[in-house]
Design a protein around this ligand. Structure first.
Ligand code: TYM
Length: 340
């Protein structure tokens, strides 16, 4: 029997859905910043999960456009196609093929315990939800396992999905012989959950009803400064980091520290005795500059679709070489007759 191929460097893998017109600041600090850092020492695979995006109602033309925007934004964030493999999920059919195999070893109750499905169906009920939305974490497990990934850099909301992935990998290995690397989530605590600026106890999310509390990475400098200045802050006046009692100001301090690389303590010290407004104006300017520059880079990259296509095609080719090796092994272990 063939054995598990061992990559020269440990592997990192992650993806971010193209389900909105832009990624947002939560995606950047919760995930992309880590993606970029990990490409130094890891054989990194980053992708745009378009197959995941069709599990909710969507418009095909919009999905295509959003996929290009997603690619440009990931490059603008610092994903380097010379060092990392950047690709679109639907270009690599092995994801869906492995997902089917994993469907066979996932318990119905186990899938039903995924809190994201419960959250996403809380409003309209499960009757209106697609089966794809229900089985979505199994496709995510396939995304990770097909590359034999060691580390999965994500925000806190994806922890449970990575845990399911680990369970499925261990179960498959136990039943059919060592096949998959059992991956670990890589979650940076300080920025694992960035909150909505208008509702600082809910996570910043592209699907939030209002975008007033979501800083999109394609917002104009003016929009960004306004959103930060209008952030809901807490009663009281003291600038202090206390996520339970002061979720609004603590969220702003988290963003401030993440953006500048400073410690929260040093920022709190600098603003001692000042009003919330001072902090908001200063942070508004900082984030506006960051997002403004980000938008300029993105627009430039989007101007050359041919180059984006080339980068994604090269990525898909590299990804398929790895994914098909894993899938061959999985098919062999699963008892499928090899095509003669
Ligand atoms: P998605 O598309 O919702 O989000 C992409 C990444 O951004 C992180 N994130 C946040 N981090 C901090 N604060 C926030 N407010 C915030 N909002 C989002 C997410 O945790 C994620 O890391 N199922 C995944 C996509 C996916 C995937 C995968 C990820 C598909 N296959 C394989 C890793 C490995 C998702 O919906 O993330």
């Amino acid at each position: 029997m063939s054995s598990v191929p061992t990559p020269a460097r440990p592997r990192a893998l992650s993806g971010a859905q193209p389900t909105a017109d832009s990624y947002h600041l939560g995606n950047y600090f919760g995930a992309f910043k880590q993606w970029v850092a990990l490409q130094e020492d890891f054989d990194a695979f980053y992708f745009i999960p378009d197959l995941h995006a069709i599990t909710v109602e969507y418009d095909p033309a919009l999905l295509r456009e959003r996929t290009y925007v997603a690619a440009a934004q990931l490059l603008a964030a610092g994903v380097d196609p010379e060092r990392s493999t950047l690709f679109v999920q639907s270009h690599v059919p092995e994801h869906a093929q492995l997902a089917w195999v994993l469907n066979g070893i996932t318990g119905f109750g186990e899938a039903g315990r995924m809190t994201q499905f419960k959250d996403k169906t809380a409003k309209k009920g499960t009757e209106a939800a697609s089966v794809g939305l229900f089985t979505y974490p199994i496709l995510m497990a396939a995304d990770i396992l097909v590359y034999q990934a060691d580390k999965v850099p994500v925000g806190e909301d994806q922890r449970q999905h990575v845990e399911l992935t680990r369970n499925l990998a261990q179960r498959f290995n136990h039943r059919f012989g060592e096949t998959f690397t059992v991956p670990e989530a890589h979650i940076v605590k300080a920025t694992a959950k960035i909150y909505d600026l208008q509702e600082p106890t809910a996570k910043m999310s592209g699907s939030n009803a209002s975008h007033a509390g979501v800083v999109d990475l394609n917002d104009s400098r003016k929009q960004v400064a306004k959103k930060i200045r209008s952030a809901v802050t807490d009663s009281g006046t003291e600038i202090a980091f206390d996520p339970v009692e002061k979720p609004g100001i603590s969220n702003l301090l988290t963003i401030y520290a993440a953006l500048t690389g400073r410690t929260i303590d040093s920022i709190v010290e600098e603003y001692a005795g000042q009003q919330y407004g001072h902090l908001k104006v200063a942070l508004g300017d900082l984030v506006a500059d960051f997002v403004g520059d980000f938008g300029d880079r993105t627009r430039e990259l989007l101007g050359d679709r041919g180059e984006l296509d080339r980068i994604l095609a090269a990525g898909a080719e590299k990804a398929r070489a790895v994914a098909s090796t894993t899938l061959d092994l999985v098919y062999e272990r699963s008892g499928f007759v090899k095509r003669g």
